[in-house]
Design a protein around this ligand. Structure first.
Ligand SMILES: Cc1cc2nc3c(=O)[nH]c(=O)nc-3n(C[C@H](O)[C@H](O)[C@H](O)COP(=O)(O)OP(=O)(O)OC[C@H]3O[C@@H](n4cnc5c(N)ncnc54)[C@H](O)[C@@H]3O)c2cc1C
Length: 323
């Protein structure tokens, strides 16, 4: 029996639910009202704590807690196995996840196992007149929005970019939390978590000010980082800098990194490639510094400075009181 439910994967950060999951719940609630489908938040772990109630306050009608000691920490194989079994039993219509590193990892594996379609990095969601999920993905440097529909298989799956939808409190007195024991005795996970490092900073998509270092300032990353510090901004990088191991992947901006929602972004030595641009499409003010007058990044910038970053950054640092 198809229960026609909208499922939202609730990514857990210890005893908290990641912001993006709560944002998606709010949007799913809106889609649920439009389509008549209940919204089910799904969370995996060993101790349900207060997670269910948090989700019920943010748009879920029902929360399913999949419980097993092996689910305490994320692992691709065990999480996929648990969700695959549960999806097989309840056959949801739609399954939404955050486009975080964990969400992307899990969604890819799960969609392949379910043999269903997956739309990645979605920035808009709606239900069409025919009842299908419409997932909007920007293309051509965010100049067009392609609406992608998965018509053949279920569930229709999408990963949603953080910071796109607003988290809302939606009172719900009648919500239910179901705790389901999952048996992972036969776990084949090849990954064992030895220790956990909890990131102190919220992810880059929440930062108000970001300074981005591109390939053109590869040799001056320390200076760019100091400038970010002085400005009270977070540091971001383009992909080549992360690929070369010169900065953490957690700092990458772009289609396979973070999408910023900053009020101010200062960009040094980035060419403005198609895969970089979605990362800055939602920023209010973009200032770019590039030696190349013809650089593509200028087309997407509010202020364009043609200059050698290695000369301009020391001046800015001095102005900011750096020693
Ligand atoms: C599937 C896929 C996904 C991708 N995802 C991402 C992603 O998420 N994020 C991302 O960034 N890229 C991504 N890429 C890579 C992307 O296509 C580009 O290769 C990358 O964005 C280029 O980075 P860059 O602009 O820093 O480097 P470059 O293209 O090398 O540009 C360097 C720029 O610095 C300028 N410059 C050089 N020296 C100076 C100086 N002294 N002062 C000032 N300016 C200087 C140059 O004029 C040039 O414009 C992806 C690619 C693929 C295929």
């Amino acid at each position: 029996m198809n229960r026609k439910e909208i499922w939202v994967y609730l990514e857990r950060n210890q005893e908290e639910i990641e912001e993006v999951s709560l944002e998606i719940l709010g949007k799913a609630n809106e889609l649920g009202k439009k389509s008549g489908m209940p919204v089910v938040g799904v969370v995996l772990g060993n101790d349900p704590g207060d997670l269910g109630n948090i989700a019920l306050k943010h748009g879920a009608d029902v929360v399913i807690f999949l419980k097993d000691p092996l689910l305490e920490s994320y692992s691709t194989e065990d999480y996929t196995k648990a969700l695959f079994e549960m999806i097989g039993k309840r056959t949801p219509e739609i399954f939404l996840l955050g486009a975080t590193y964990q969400g992307r990892d899990l969604a890819g594996r799960l969609s392949a196992r379910l043999r269903t379609g997956l739309t990645a990095n979605v920035v808009s969601l709606d239900i069409g007149e025919d009842g299908y999920l419409l997932s909007g993905v920007p293309g051509y440097g965010s100049k067009v929005l392609a609406e992608i529909v998965c018509v053949r298989n279920k569930p229709q799956m999408s990963t949603v970019r953080p910071g796109i939808f607003n988290k809302t409190v939606i009172p719900n007195e009648a919500g239910i939390v179901e705790v389901v024991d999952i048996d992972l005795k036969d776990s084949v996970s090849r990954v064992k978590v030895l220790s956990r490092k909890v990131e102190k900073h919220p992810d880059l998509s929440r930062a108000e000010k970001v300074v981005i270092a591109g390939n053109g300032v590869e040799g001056n990353l320390d200076m760019v980082a100091r400038l970010a510090d002085i400005l009270g901004a977070r540091l971001g990088v383009s992909r080549p800098i992360a690929d070369k191991g010169k900065a953490s992947r957690e700092l990458q901006v772009g289609s396979t990194g973070y999408s910023l929602n900053a009020k101010l972004v200062l960009i040094f030595g980035v060419s403005g490639a198609e895969h970089f641009l979605p990362g800055i499409a939602n920023c209010q003010t973009v200032i770019s510094i590039n030696v190349d007058r013809e650089s593509g990044i200028f087309e997407y910038s509010d202020y364009c400075i043609v200059a050698d970053a290695s000369k301009i950054i020391p001046i800015l640092l001095k102005e900011g009181g750096d020693r």
